[in-house]
Ligand binder design. Sequence first.
Ligand SMILES: Cc1cc2nc3c(=O)[nH]c(=O)nc-3n(C[C@H](O)[C@H](O)[C@H](O)COP(=O)(O)O)c2cc1C
Length: 444
Amino acid sequence: MNQMRLFAFDFNGPAHLSAGLWRHPADRGRDYRSLKYWVEYAKMLEDACFDGIFFADNVGYHDVYKGSVDAALKDGAQIPANDPAYLIPAMAAATKHLGFGVTSTTAYDHPYALARKFSTLDHLTNGRIGWNVVTSYSDSAAKNLGTGVQKAHDDRYELAEEFIEVALKLWEASWEDGSVPADAASGTYTDPTRIHPIGHQGKHFTVPGIALCEPSPQRTPVIFQAGGSSKGVALAAATAEAVFMNATSKAGLKKQVDTLRAKAVEAGRDPSHIAVLQMITVITAPTDAEAQAKYEEYKSYVSYEGAMARYSGWAGLDMSAFDPDVPFKNVKTNAGQTMVDLFSKMDPTKEWTPRDIADYIGIGRHVPRHRGQPPDSRRRAHLLGQRDRHQRLQHRARGQVPGHQGLRRRRRPRAAAARADAHGLRRLDPAREPLRRRPGPAGR
Ligand SMILES: Cc1cc2nc3c(=O)[nH]c(=O)nc-3n(C[C@H](O)[C@H](O)[C@H](O)COP(=O)(O)O)c2cc1C
């Protein structure tokens, strides 16, 4: 029987994907500033047998709608945006098995600093950290982080390739296993003969020296990716251990998974070693009718401006230029057309207006949603991903307690080995389990 993997999906701010729902009386979005809130949340997820929590992040903000950030600010649309990495040690200290995925961009960070950050998190979580590699998409990030203008899409991926290469060298090739004897008798904390400069000289980065951190339990964090373009899929096929998808239908999901697997084979990898996680929104209640009523109530809170601020940012298209009530398919804009196709494919019988889109994405973005009593929700969620071993449920846990019913406690980590590749880099064993604690290197 297929085993379901469950990850919560959240953001270190008052509101993530759902527009306007922070106004719901049961919403606890504003508690994002409190460590106590996140610690309780982590415990709740672990008690409910979730495998992990995944934090989205952005270093820019949505300022495409009406050419201003105002609508995003008013709705708390992914701004304010605190750094998720600082939450992890506290959440890890309160749990034993929960995994943590943290999004971090290759566009405005440096691999030397990022490698240090994730080694630190891997030490403090005892091997429960994953890195979601993103290449960023917003001009506002480029403006504020000093580069002024965003690099072209494919150039961002080219930079990401080198970024990952440098980080892997730092994690895998600098400090040997057993290089830290911490031997008081000989006065040797670290054995200098077993520490190696990585000597990286590339197009974007020059990193001649050694890594700053001693090897952590996993050495390299689990590598997540979520890019959907051909460049994004190629990078994921070559380097990711888990890929997030936001397909709108079962057929669409199958197509994406098949493409990823085929590219993984081309990259010389066993395609079954890449976990695939599909984002879905789940709304449960004791009966289907109550779940539907809950959904309708949530919908009554959706903010059009908040949804459009997000959608305009994601699509790179100012939606204020369009009549909210005119079917969007008549708009002759390439970017808009692409996004319209997304919705018309989901329901070809419907003429989607911007208002329909706002209503739809207002709760959990454009991913499939399941509402009903828990057993039915589970069955439908399972059917969505039955062709794949790994799935993911997005769960709006703020203000709600995920049901315990039927979520079996899963088997705990399998040890993973590492092997040397032809370039002398100790690589990840692709069979290793994502976000699972693995034994530390010898000599720790
Ligand atoms: C489920 C999912 C979650 C994502 N989370 C983030 C995120 O937290 N931060 C971010 O900058 N991009 C995020 N993205 C965007 C992608 O990682 C990627 O940068 C974007 O899709 C552009 O790449 P592409 O053209 O290859 O699709 C996410 C995408 C998906 C599908």
